[in-house]
Ligand binder design. Structure first.
Ligand code: C2O
Ligand code: CU
Length: 391
């Protein structure tokens, strides 16, 4: 049973903490106006819930924009009997950083595109648009590239990297100089190990990766923002080797991870239950900076009413030119993309520009649960809906 007291010491704004990826009852989920109330200044709220799972997760503010300015952290639950044998177990938390207020950044977005659009260009014929915000820096474990995070291990040792994309609005591509990445878990849950040269991560996804240091040296882990505007780095090095951060932008060649490569370690077929299908169109109006699901702007949305025991089948149709990492609270869903009966369970799924992705979950945790884009600015600008059901 976990008990966390959160005291709001902010002078004049409410707050709320969400435990991202954790299975808990709705009242502990930390989403103001959906499953609870914001914590007023000077007030304490006690989150208390049993831990039903293990793995790499995180927590963050779920009130407006403080997540962008650092109100977030890793949340790792060790299994009592983990079969994964490693020499080191470390968290890699990625972030994006602004020296201006995120509220000012959002206001600027609402005034119209910062990057001028070609005359006459419409959403529909724009090429993929990779970022909303121009960031001042990208962070790995809270540090920029000038003074990067470093970690020492011996040649041949196995390092478990628990990678969390805690950026507010940045997709990253990751690679480690001179080493392949053996992926062992996605969104906290074990998958059949798969080895790739690099991977792309949406906001709020986590991947656990094992690397075996190949020999004595200094090896830079690169997390490059997909719009190419910068990177965060970390350096793994052996004791006798000098730490040499490699600031050159890496190239991304070789094998990339795709969702089709993710296979759960056991069949994931859902228990039988009445099928409840939804088609949700992800839409946006860049000029007004409004993001919608089926034309509705959160919080002015109709609830998606389901029933306990339903097999909820969702088709996500991305009608925009941006990526959307869609996250469901309180449940894991199956990502139906290539792995058949071993379709992996995830809490966040990337939907690429103009693509359609199918997911399904069993309604087994009654309450009101937000389902939203984890681009913080898209969420603030309306891209969310609420699933609702009673016991
Ligand atoms: Cu990281 Cu609404 O969640
Ligand atoms: Cu989005």
């Amino acid at each position: 049973m976990l008990r966390i007291e959160v005291e709001n010491k902010l002078p004049d704004e409410p707050t709320s903490i969400h435990w991202h990826g954790l299975l808990l009852r709705a009242g502990m989920d930390g989403v103001p106006d959906v499953s609870g109330f914001p914590i007023a200044p000077k007030q304490v709220f006690v989150y208390e819930y049993p831990l039903l799972q293990s793995g790499t997760y995180w927590y963050h503010s779920h009130w407006q924009l403080p997540e962008q300015i650092g109100m977030a952290g890793p949340f790792v639950i060790e299994a009592s009997d983990d079969p994964l044998r490693v020499d080191h177990d470390v968290v890699i938390m990625l972030g994006d950083w602004l020296y201006r207020s995120p509220y000012a950044a959002l206001t600027a977005l609402k005034k119209g595109p910062a990057k001028p659009m070609a005359a006459g260009a419409k959403m529909a014929d724009m090429k993929p648009d990779l970022a909303d915000i121009e960031y001042d820096a990208f962070l790995l474990n809270g540090r920029g590239t000038r003074d990067p995070w470093t970690y020492q291990a011996r040649p041949g040792e196995r390092i478990w990297l628990r990678i969390i994309n805690a950026a507010a609005s940045t997709y990253f591509r990751l690679r480690l100089d001179g080493h392949p990445l053996a992926i062992t878990h996605a969104d906290g849950l074990a998958v059949e190990p798969v080895t790739v040269d690099y991977l792309q991560m949406g906001m709020a996804e986590t991947y656990d990766v094992v690397v075996t240091l190949s020999g004595s040296g200094s090896y830079t882990l690169h997390a490059v923002a997909v719009d190419g505007s910068g990177q965060a780095i970390g350096v793994l090095h052996t004791p006798e080797a000098a730490v040499k951060p490699n600031l050159a932008m890496p190239t991304f060649e070789g094998r990339a991870l795709s969702y089709g490569d993710l296979r759960a370690v056991a069949p994931t077929a859902l228990p039988p239950g009445p099928a409840r299908p939804f088609t949700l169109a992800l839409q946006g109006d860049m000029a007004k900076y409004v993001w919608t699901i089926n034309g509705q702007v959160y919080p002015k949305t109709d609830p998606l009413v389901i029933r306990q025991g339903d097999r909820v089948q969702i088709e996500l149709r991305n009608e925009t030119s941006m990526w959307h990492p869609m996250h469901l609270h309180g449940h894991f869903f199956r990502v139906l993309q290539g792995a058949g009966e071993r379709a992996p369970f995830k809490h966040t799924v990337n939907v690429a520009p103009r693509e359609t992705v199918r997911i399904e979950f069993t309604a087994d945790n009654p309450g009101r649960w937000i389902f939203h884009c984890h681009n913080l600015y898209h969420l603030e600008a309306g891209m969310a809906r609420v699933f609702e059901y009673e016991a």
